[in-house]
Design a binder for this molecule. Structure first.
Ligand code: CU
Length: 95
């Protein structure tokens, strides 16, 4: 719940600013080790905790996580290392 409020507050702060320096990016990660129904949930929670992440969608079927983040506050390397530390090594899928 805390995350939701933080995300909302951050979003409105971005819109209140000039918007010139902060940009929303979306990246798709290929995530290894997702073997059961709980795994996508853990991956999603792990990514949602990374500062700068705004939304996460995890596909158990495709073994991917799609992350929308603010490129001023995080970068794909931080996302992949967060999932790796949680036991789910991931890498960026090039568009
Ligand atoms: Cu699992």
């Amino acid at each position: 719940m805390k995350h939701i409020f933080a995300a909302l507050g951050f979003t409105s702060a971005v819109f209140a600013g000039s918007g010139a320096s902060a940009a929303q990016q979306t990246v798709t990660l290929a995530v290894a080790n997702m073997y059961c129904d709980a795994c996508p949930y853990i991956v999603k929670q792990t990514l949602a905790k990374v500062p700068g992440v705004e939304s996460v969608t995890v596909s158990f079927e495709q073994k991917t996580a799609t992350v929308t983040y603010d490129d001023q506050n995080t970068r794909p390397a931080a996302l992949t290392s967060a999932t790796t530390q949680a036991g789910y090594p991931s890498k960026v899928v090039m568009p």
